[in-house]
Design a protein around this ligand. Structure first.
Ligand code: NCD
Length: 307
């Protein structure tokens, strides 16, 4: 069976290091990689909206010399005719060498991978996992902080529905002396399968708080997230919670001069644009790291090395 990436844990810590080393080498010398995927095709099968992730995958493949095809909403695919994910991936396997799939249903990329003859990359499945965002986040932290261990990481916003948070926690618990501070309204706390089954079971240090101001000075990283409107069951709850946190200049004054602010984007109101020029705000740099790590991932899964 070909190798697919459905969760960040599909790579060991060592393999992740190799992936990030490869991304670093691509950053250093992009010309060396510009034709490594000549003649290869990436299929982007997106059943749920995306700007960054899809464009990032496409940019990654194009910069490696490959080509892309695909669809960017369920409405423009045969899903509207009732085609299953299993059949769509069988068809895509005839056209492409590798596929990235985003789906609103948890587990859909897993089903696809089990039927696919090409590597499938989970580009986000419901509230579940988003491994390539995690690789992006890890590469951003490793590049800008120099290490992934010995960090106090604050995660703020929608910790219940945010798949980027769920994936990142799973990846970070594998590094030594990582401490978490989870900042959310009580309605949007971490699901128990992460809090109890992962963190408590493994004796990982964490705190859960509601007020961002209280913990800001202690953080090395602040990972902000948007309240996930599309996963709410009623509009009223969303409206009540959507502006619970707004990171602005005043709050940034409480943080350490070395703290980095990450956000998977899209941002709504949770980060004021007034901090965009603060050198600690690295969410746009993070987007660029995302493209490089996806280039590294495509090469790894296709088992391609530069000449
Ligand atoms: C995230 C996602 O899709 O989960 N976006 C992304 O991939 N960069 C975060 C979000 O939508 O809030």
């Amino acid at each position: 069976m070909v190798r697919s990436i459905l969760s960040p844990l599909d790579f060991s810590v060592e393999e992740l290091d190799q992936l990030m080393d490869l991304a670093d080498d691509i950053i250093r010398d992009p010309a060396k990689y510009a034709h490594t995927c000549d003649g290869r095709i990436l299929a982007t099968l997106f059943y749920e909206p995306s700007t960054r992730t899809r464009l990032s995958f496409e940019a990654a493949m194009l910069r490696l010399g490959g080509k892309c095809l695909g669809f960017h909403s369920a409405d423009s695919s045969s899903a509207t005719k009732g085609e299953t994910v299993a059949d769509t991936i069988r068809v895509a396997s005839c056209f492409a060498d590798i596929a990235a799939m985003r789906h609103p249903k948890e587990g859909a990329p897993l089903v696809a991978a089990s039927k696919s003859t090409i590597p499938v990359i989970n580009a986000g499945d419901g509230g579940h996992q988003h491994p390539t965002q995690t690789f992006t986040d890890l590469l951003t932290i490793r590049s800008l902080k120099g290490h992934l261990d010995n960090l106090t990481i604050g995660m703020c916003g929608d910790l219940k529905f945010g798949r980027t948070v769920h994936s990142l926690i799973r990846a970070l618990v594998r590094y030594a002396n990582v401490k978490f501070v989870f900042i959310s309204p009580k309605e949007l706390k971490l699901p128990s399968y992460i809090r109890d089954d992962l963190l408590i079971q493994n004796n990982i240090a964490f705190r859960e708080v509601t007020k961002l101001e209280d913990v800001l000075p202690s953080l090395d990283i602040l990972y902000m997230t948007r309240v996930q409107k599309e996963r709410f069951f009623n509009e009223e709850d969303y409206v009540r919670l959507k502006d619970f946190y707004i990171l602005d200049k005043k709050k940034m004054n409480l943080a350490s001069p070395d703290m980095l602010v990450l956000h998977p984007l899209p941002r709504v109101n949770e980060i004021s644009t007034e901090i965009d020029d603060d050198p600690r705000a690295v969410y746009f740099k993070q987007v660029k790291y995302g493209m490089y790590v996806r280039m590294a991932l495509i090469l790894t899964l296709l088992n391609i090395k530069p000449e």
